[in-house]
Design a protein. Structure first.
Length: 318
């Protein structure tokens, strides 16, 4: 999949690490590592759902959604400190995600780097054919996957190189809708759906990535003192027939609204219809029978585990 639509911000300078420690709620990754990086506002609610990469050479990247570049850059600049430089690389850098059990084999056709030594949530530089790229071992699909970042001027040529290297492995190009279906089966949230500025880390499960042991970060006190949220994210398996959930549909228990879907669609690997929803806590338990109103029609649904596809995560850790 083409991931040129991701934003990429370079952070460097003598104060880069301490600034990131203050800006982000997560622990700053060690060299060569990647962290999922919740960013909070002063009121303890979410301000961003980013990924932080430490390239090990004194530079860090933050990655997010391309359409939020202006929003993110304003926040960074509003909280900028001496000794920190933030550069928006989004126009200059593009890339691809290579997903599936043969991903590593395809990369091995193109590089002398020992790809297998780089485990899940790691990042590194490599030569792929004639291209100098930056790779990250991350997966939105739930499969073995690598995000490959290249110069925008080399994007088209790298695509041809990857397709040629993967021809004998049956490589196919996929679009964002395919990946959105796979991330739904894995229960992976995205901004403007599962994560928004009105939600708290506790509602969305992002609190699991927060490093509460840090001395301070933006929104820490407010998040610590926040009341327990009345709703949490849950996964619904929907008995849909002619229409899948899309998001923002009411969820009922008997005749009472107990939640709202945030995303929905068809899981092509599991051949089932799913929806992620914010549900009242008493009803967000596996086995709970609920109803989702999709295009005005009541559809039966049941709460299942938040990651129906490969819930152990073994496939993406191959």
């Amino acid at each position: 999949m083409d991931i040129t639509g991701y934003s990429r911000y370079e952070i460097k300078g003598s104060n880069a690490k301490s600034w990131l420690d203050y800006l982000l709620a997560c622990k700053t990754p060690e060299p060569g590592k990647v962290k999922l990086a919740p960013m909070l506002a002063e009121d303890g609610r979410l301000k961003g759902d980013l990924t932080c990469l430490n390239w090990g050479d004194g530079t860090y990247w933050l990655m997010g959604s391309y359409y939020l570049r202006g929003f993110h850059m304003r926040w960074f600049n509003d909280h900028l400190q001496d000794g920190v430089e933030v550069n928006d690389l989004s126009e200059a850098v593009g890339g691809f995600t290579l997903s599936g059990p043969n991903s590593r084999k395809i990369l091995n056709q193109l590089t002398k780097v020992d790809i297998e030594q780089h485990k899940m949530m790691s990042c590194f530089k490599a030569e792929l054919g004639m291209f100098n790229v930056r790779l990250a071992r991350m997966s939105l699909s739930g499969e073995l996957a690598y995000e490959i970042n290249c110069q925008s001027s080399e994007h088209a040529a790298l695509r041809r190189t990857l397709l040629a290297a993967g021809e004998n492995f049956g490589i196919k190009e996929i679009g964002s809708n395919a990946v959105l279906s796979m991330r739904l089966e894995k229960g992976i949230g995205i901004w403007s759906r599962e994560f928004t500025q009105s939600y708290t880390p506790g509602m969305t499960g992002l609190d699991r990535w927060i490093d509460w042991s840090k001395a301070d970060f933006i929104g820490k006190d407010a998040a610590l003192n926040a009341k327990t949220s009345s709703r949490v994210l849950a996964m619904l398996e929907v008995d849909a027939n002619d229409s899948d959930s899309h998001g923002f549909e009411p969820v009922f228990k008997n005749d009472r609204v107990v939640g709202m879907t945030t995303s929905g669609g068809y899981g092509h690997r599991l051949k089932k219809s799913f929806a992620i929803a914010l549900i009242d806590r008493p009803h967000a338990v596996e086995g709970q029978q609920l109803t989702v109103h999709i295009v005005g029609k009541a559809q039966s649904a049941v709460v299942v585990g938040l990651s129906p596809y490969d819930s152990s995560g073994n496939k993406m850790r191959l």
